[in-house]
Design a protein around this ligand. Structure first.
Ligand code: AP5
Length: 207
């Protein structure tokens, strides 16, 4: 099953993708995580991507499409995967059609006010990609999965969050219509509690 997770920043794509991928033993392909790793390792792609990410803008399509094409060619993708954060523009979606056959697109729908609250309180582990919210950490500063220090992403600062939401509405939201027309779209209320969303997404992904 090849799945796309669509949805605005903070909708819970990463949170749910981690759980679903663990349950189904398929890889989570997060273009955001791939780019953050490249930044940490100071690769040429990472250095180029950093200025876009820090400003809340999208990295150029050609950079991201090459990354995804290479990643989907790897052996662990043979039995399915979740694309988390790709595609994000119509040109990316069109390019993906030449790379892979997608079975379902899950759109996590959440209002902007809730997204801002989630992102401003998010803490992440750059080592294993686990995601938390300060309201549920009880003062804990280390990752429960791997023990690394939790950090606030630079692009989760207030002004950048607003830029990301604007970019989502202008450049990524048109994909809802794109996939609706292809009959692939399943919209799930992303404002529900995480376990309820997990059950709904599992039902969709298992068909
Ligand atoms: P990326 O890392 O993909 O960021 P994003 O899409 O903005 O998504 P987020 O990771 O912010 O949110 P999420 O939906 O995964 O939510 P999460 O589960 O963490 O991309 C970062 C940047 O990289 C982009 O801005 C761009 O520059 C670049 N980039 C990446 N892909 C690209 C592409 N294809 N093209 C061009 N550029 C690209 O949850 C958020 C918070 O809410 C957490 O604290 C979590 O604990 C909490 N939460 C989750 N679910 C719930 C719930 N049900 N109830 C309450 N709280 C919840």
């Amino acid at each position: 099953m090849n799945v796309i997770f669509l949805g605005p920043p903070g909708a819970g794509k990463g949170t749910q993708a981690q759980r679903i991928c663990a349950a189904l033993n398929i890889p989570q392909i997060s273009t955001g995580d791939i780019l953050r790793r490249a930044i940490k390792e100071q690769t040429a792609t990472g250095l180029k991507a950093k200025e876009y990410i820090d400003a809340g803008k999208l990295v150029p399509d050609e950079v991201i499409i090459d990354i995804v094409r290479d990643r989907l060619a790897q052996d662990d993708c043979a039995n399915g995967y979740i694309l988390d954060g790709f595609p994000r523009t119509v040109p990316q979606a069109e390019a993906l059609e030449g790379i892979a056959k997608i079975d379902v697109v899950v759109d996590l729908d959440v209002a902007d006010e809730e997204l801002i609250a989630r992102l401003s309180g998010r803490r992440v582990c750059l080592n294993c990609g686990a995601t938390y919210h300060v309201s549920r950490l009880n003062g804990e500063t280390k990752c429960a999965s791997c023990g690394e220090a939790l950090i606030q992403r630079d692009d989760d600062k207030a002004e950048t969050v607003l830029n990301r939401l604007n970019v989502y509405h202008s450049q990524t939201a048109p994909l809802v219509d794109f996939y609706q027309k292809k009959g692939l779209l399943k919209v799930i209320d992303g404002a529900q509690d995480m376990d309820t969303i997990f059950e709904s997404v599992m039902a969709v992904v298992k068909g």
